[in-house]
Design a protein around this ligand. Structure first.
Ligand code: C2E
Ligand code: MG
Ligand code: MG
Ligand code: MG
Length: 290
């Protein structure tokens, strides 16, 4: 399948890269320059309800390199994560997102935006201070920000992680646990940490209609999240049958190509209802029906 092939190619690319320090340094250097010269940009993928109503968006970084064309984050984020470069990148992303939110707000448009935070970024001693400064400078309300953490963050001293999350939560930031099911998830975390949302990894979603194990895993995750009072988002929803299955088991929030791909800020902005118009118009991405 094309999708699998694509993933294998990325995997191959990554392995090559990891064995090729020179090439890695090259990528690192051009990424560093891209950050400095503002050659990155953010795309936004809507987070929707089953009827297509937009309830938020995830910020996803894009790098369009003159020579290489559009570089996939799956190929440069892992490289950035090997060094502190990911911290520069993360700072750039959060600043950019907050500025965009401030621009939207001036147009009377408010949108909850999720930002991906790598373990290494989160681990910085001054992470909370850095975040606070970016938010203050932009003038946006932290209540409109969600930080997506992966299970990698939780491998460290859980108590330290919890304290840091609480400090950020005090600012107003909420948390989602991303790619749930792929890491070393322990149900303990879900109880101990101030998590608002679980995002079921797309690798489970993509096989729910054909693989009974994945179907069982997904329905169990949904039930568990609901029992704990945590919102659950299904990632990578591409088909009506997947949506039907997920809704049947009680999942109410979705992200995926079935509804929309990530889009540039301008287009995303045009889909956010302005304040006051809210009662008149609910912006919806109508799922494509066969
Ligand atoms: P993620 O956080 O799990 O983001 C979801 C990824 O799934 C995105 O890929 C999105 O475009 C893709 N996706 C959404 N719906 C579908 C679908 O229906 N089918 C398929 N096949 N894919 C779908 P993207 O943008 O390539 O990002 C890949 C990963 O790179 C992200 O996974 C995240 O881990 C990382 N990433 C992206 N932007 C950032 C960033 O600003 N900072 C950090 N630290 N990581 C980032
Ligand atoms: Mg994410
Ligand atoms: Mg994910
Ligand atoms: Mg991911």
């Amino acid at each position: 399948r094309a999708k699998e092939e694509g993933r294998n190619r990325v995997q191959f690319f990554l392995e090559q890269m990891q064995h090729n320090a020179d090439h890695r340094q090259q990528i690192e250097e051009s990424l560093r320059q891209a950050i400095e010269n503002d050659l990155l940009y953010i795309c936004y993928q809507p987070l929707v309800r089953g009827n297509g109503k937009i309830v938020g968006a995830e910020a996803l970084v894009r790098w369009s390199d003159g020579e290489k064309g559009l570089v996939n984050p799956a190929s440069f984020i892992p490289i950035a994560e090997m060094t502190d470069l990911i911290c520069c990148l993360g700072q750039w992303v959060l600043t950019e997102v907050c500025q965009q939110m401030a621009t939207w707000e001036k147009q009377g448009k408010k949108l909850v935006v999720s930002v991906n935070i790598s373990p290494r970024e989160f681990e910085q001693n001054d992470f909370v201070e850095k975040v606070q400064e970016i938010i203050l400078n932009s003038g946006v309300r932290a209540e409109y920000l969600v930080f997506e953490l992966t299970e990698g963050v939780l491998l460290n001293n859980i108590e330290a992680v919890r304290i840091k999350m609480q400090r950020l939560a005090k600012l107003g930031i909420r948390f989602a646990l991303d790619d749930f099911g792929t890491g070393y998830s322990s149900l303990q975390y879900l109880k101990q940490l101030p998590l608002n949302t679980l995002k079921i990894d797309q690798s489970f979603v993509q096989d729910i209609t054909t693989d009974s194990n994945d179907a069982a895993i997904v329905s169990t995750i949904i039930a568990m999240a609901r029992t704990l009072g945590i919102d659950v988002v299904a990632e990578g929803v591409e088909k009506q049958e997947e949506l039907d299955f997920l809704e049947h088991w009680g999942c109410q929030l979705f992200q995926g190509y079935y509804f929309s791909r990530a889009m540039k800020a301008k287009r995303m902005g045009s889909l956010i209802p302005s304040a006051g118009k809210e009662q008149l118009r609910e912006t919806q991405i109508i799922p494509f029906k066969k």
